[in-house]
Design a binder for this molecule. Structure first.
Ligand code: PMV
Length: 338
């Protein structure tokens, strides 16, 4: 039999219209469709090998590529369990029972608040499926990745990606709306806190129904999805930025009004949000968006990248900055990690 080993590289993605809340927990079918951009500076590389010689699944996280190849990172037992459950889904699909060796490495510190579960489950899905020579379409790969971590489905197609919420597992999938080359946007990821998030997205989403603002948010999303796609066709950056920022605030208002309330921001996050609004008033076209953590993504056009980075450098409390361009989706490589 051919070698049953494959390696995939998957980008993280930043959602412009956010996913917050599941219609079906086990199948990770979201309450609403979402729209994102793959980002170039934060990605996961994963090698998976299956062999009848292996007696158990072995999962290793290398330290991020900036800290050197020989130091090991740490996966909790819960994270390992979730990875093995995902391998089981792919094994079931391929009709095999062989154990696997998995080695994975992020380009960014795991705790940096960049979406490691999206890039991680996208890379795992594509590498494991290729290692087992599963003949599946990109659409099916996105469905498989979604079962591991919802937003992972958006890291598989190229560039700017729509995740169609759907009602059943087969129609909750992601596709590329435009390739990464379509528009020279930038996501300046401002890390204001390196520590891990306090409430996981899975736990945070469980109490979403307690927010009195949820139904209004869900009501408005179909309109926002159309509006942002139109603004993309017209490359109307002001309109795109306005929608991105409004949707971020709408999601965080839902989080903050859940019972118990979840507030992912810290003082530096809030300060940066105010600064962005004042930079904009002074003529700099930049908009913020924030996921389930305190770190801030500043979205601008490439032409304004330097001005935005220079502004961010003046802010106290910024730990590091990752400059991202739009990135292609998950791809296979022959450069195995072992
Ligand atoms: O797929 P998860 O569990 O990482 O959830 C992602 C949730 C947000 O990052 C807050 C929003 C999004 O659409 O990426």
């Amino acid at each position: 039999m051919n070698s049953m080993k494959a390696t995939a590289i998957a980008p993280a993605n930043i959602a412009f219209i956010k996913y917050w809340g599941k219609a079906n927990d086990a199948l990770r079918i979201p309450l609403n469709s979402s729209f994102s951009m793959n980002i170039s500076g934060a990605y996961t590389t994963t090698t998976v090998e299956f062999s009848p010689r292996f007696i158990r699944d072995d999962i290793v996280l290398l330290a991020d590529s900036q800290s050197g190849d020989h130091v090991r990172g740490i996966f909790s037992e819960l994270e390992k369990k979730r990875i093995i459950e995902h391998l089981d889904r792919i094994r079931l699909r391929a009709g095999v029972t062989m154990c696997a060796n998995v080695v994975t490495q992020n380009s960014f510190p795991k705790s940096s608040g960049a979406a490691s579960s999206a890039s991680g489950f996208a890379a795992l899905t594509v590498a494991a499926s290729a290692a087992l020579q599963l003949h599946v379409s990109e659409k099916e790969l996105t469905i498989l990745a979604r079962l591991g971590s919802g937003s992972a489905c958006r890291s598989i197609p190229d560039g700017f990606v729509v995740w169609e919420a759907g009602k059943k597992s087969e129609d909750s999938y992601a596709y590329s709306l435009h390739p990464s080359t379509y528009w020279e946007l930038r996501d300046i990821l401002v890390i204001v806190d390196h520590s891990s998030k306090k409430v996981s997205t899975s736990d945070g989403m469980k109490t979403i129904q307690s927010s009195p603002l949820l139904s209004e948010r869900l009501h408005n999303i179909p309109h926002k999805m159309v509006a942002i796609q139109t603004a993309f066709i017209e490359k109307d950056f002001e309109q795109v930025g306005t929608i991105i920022e409004e949707d971020c605030l709408s999601m965080h208002r839902v989080m903050q009004t859940q019972n118990p309330p979840i507030n992912y921001w810290n003082a530096v996050t809030e300060h940066l949000m105010k600064e962005v609004v004042s930079w904009r008033k002074a003529g700099l076209a930049v908009y913020f968006t924030i996921d389930a953590g305190p770190n801030v993504h500043l979205i601008c056009e490439a032409i304004d990248e330097k001005r935005v980075v220079d502004k961010v450098r003046t802010i106290k409390g910024v730990e590091s900055i990752i400059v991202n361009a739009p990135a292609p989706g998950t791809r296979l490589t022959k450069n195995h990690l072992f």
